[in-house]
Design a protein around this ligand. Sequence first.
Ligand code: FAD
Ligand code: NAI
Length: 469
Amino acid sequence: MAEYDYDVLVIGAGPGGYVAAIRAAQLGLKTACAESRETLGGTCLNVGCIPSKAMLHASEYFDAAANGTMAHMGIEVSPKLNLDAMHGQRRDAVKQLTGGIEFLFKKNKVDWKKGHATFQDAHTVRVGDETVTAKNVIIATGSSVTPLPGVEVDNDKQVVVDSTGALELKAVPKKMVVIGGGVIGLELGSVWRRLGAEVIVVEYLDQLLPGMDGEVRKEAGRIFKKQGMELRLSTKVTGCTAKGKKATLTLEPAAGGEATTLEADCVLVSIGRRPNTSGLGLENIGLELNKRGQIETDHDFRTAVDGVWAIGDVVPGPMLAHKAEDEGIACAENIAGQTGIVNHDVIPGVVYTWPEFAGVGLTQEEAIEKLGDKTKVKVGKFPMMANSRAKTNHEPDGFVKVIADAETDRVLGVWAIASVAGTMIAQAAQAMEFGATSEDIAYTCHAHPTHSEAIKEAAMAVQGKPIHI
Ligand code: FAD
Ligand code: NAI
C-alpha cells in the first residue's frame, strides 16, 4: 500500500493551484486539489480577472456608443443600458470558464476535494470531513481584500463594497467614491463611469498606479481626468459612515491637515489585497509568515517545511494570475524532479482600462537606481498619436517607452499606453526573456499597420533614429 493517498495535494484551485494540479497530473503524479469555494478557478475566474474583464468589455461598447466615438465613425446609435443583461453575460463567462476547469480536472484525473483545508501535519490535511495525506502539499490559497479600518464593507447592502460587490451592483450609482487609485479602483471605477456614474478616486499617494513607470503614472492621471474621473491625490480616507443608501466619508490630506467630508451612493474599497493564511493550520506544521503575512519560499517554491511548497498570491511578488500560473507549472515540475523556473524579472502587468496601461521589467526610475546613474540608461519613446493604426482608429492617447542599458543596449523595461497595450506587451516580454537589445527590436520586421509598430519605433528612438517622429 502506498504511504500517502496522493503524491501531490494542492490547497486552492485558483490560477496557481489548478494549473499546478494539472501539470502535476500530466507528469504522472497522483494529484488532488482542495477548494473551499463552490466552483474552481479561484479569485481570478470567479470574482477577479474574468468578471471584471466581462464588465470592462461590455461597458466599453456602451461608452463608445454613448460618448460619440461611434458617431464619429458614422455609426449613429442611442444606447440603452440593460444592466441585468450585462451582468448576465458576465455570469455566463464565469460559469463557462469555471466549468472548463472542472472538465480539465476530469480529463487529467485530478481529484477535486471540496471543503476548507487545514494542516494537521506536513503530510496530513483535513479537507471538510475528510483526511487526506500527500507526499507533497502545495499551498496556493491566494489572497483577499485588505480591509480599511473605519470603513466597513457590506456587499449585500451595495453601499460600501469591495471588488466583489462592485462587480454585482444592481443599479448604476449616481456618485461613486473609489478608495485607492490602483488597478482595481481604476478598472472598476472605469466600468461604472462608462455606465453613467460620477466617479471620484481618492488616492493616498501623489500619483495613480504605484509600481508603474513614473511617466506612465503621470499620463494615467491626465487620461483618467480627461475621461471625467475626479482625482483626489495625496488624500487619505479616515472613516466612513453608511446610513440607508448613502455613505459619508471623512478625508484628510495624506500629510495631515484639516478633515473634509464627501458623500457617495457607493464606496469601493480597493486599497490592496493580503495573503490568505488564516485557518490553514500553519501553526501545526511550524511554518511562519514574513512581516507582510506572506509565505516565503526558495527559488524552487519550497517553504521552510519539508514537503510543503507555496505559489501565487500567498508568496511574495506581484499578485497576478499569470505569475501564479507560471509558478504552479514550475512548482509541479520541481516536485516531479524536473527543473521548473520562473523569471520574476520578466512578469508583465496590465491595467485593462481604456486605453490599457502595460509594462514589463524595470521602470526608468528603477533602472537608474539599479545602474547607479541616469547616463547609464537610454530611453526611447514613441507617441501613439504618430502610429498610423492608432491614429486611424481615433486613439490618440498614449506612448511606448523602451528602456535599455546604455552600455550593452540590453532592454531593461518596456512600458506602453495604448488601446491594445496588454497584447503588445507580450512581444516585449518575449524579447526580454531572450535577452534582446533595443537594436534587435528595432530591426525586427513588424506588420503594418499595427499598434505594435510603436514598440519598434520606440526601440529605434533608443538608437536616436525613429522614422515617424
Ligand atoms: P486565488 O485565485 O485567490 O485562489 C485561491 C483559492 O484558494 C481560492 O479559490 C480560495 O477559495 C481557495 N482557498 C483559500 N484557502 C483555502 C483553504 N484553506 N482550503 C481550501 N481552499 C482554500 N490578475 C491578473 O493577472 N489579471 C487580471 O486582469 C486580474 N484582475 C483582477 C480583478 C480583480 C477584481 C481581482 C480581485 C483580482 C484580479 N487579478 C488579476 C489578480 C488575480 O485574481 C490573482 O493574482 C490570482 O487569482 C491569484 O491566483 P492564486 O491561485 O494565487 O489565488
Ligand atoms: P493596488 O495595490 O493596485 O492599489 C491600491 C491603492 O490604494 C494604492 O495606490 C495605494 O496607494 C492606495 N491606498 C492604500 N491605502 C489607502 C488609503 N487609506 N486611502 C487612499 N488610498 C489608499 O491594489 P488593488 O487595486 O486593490 O488591487 C489588488 C491587487 O489585485 C493588485 O496587487 C493587483 O496585482 C491585482 N489586480 C490585478 C489586475 C490586473 O492585473 N489587471 C486587476 C485587478 C487587481
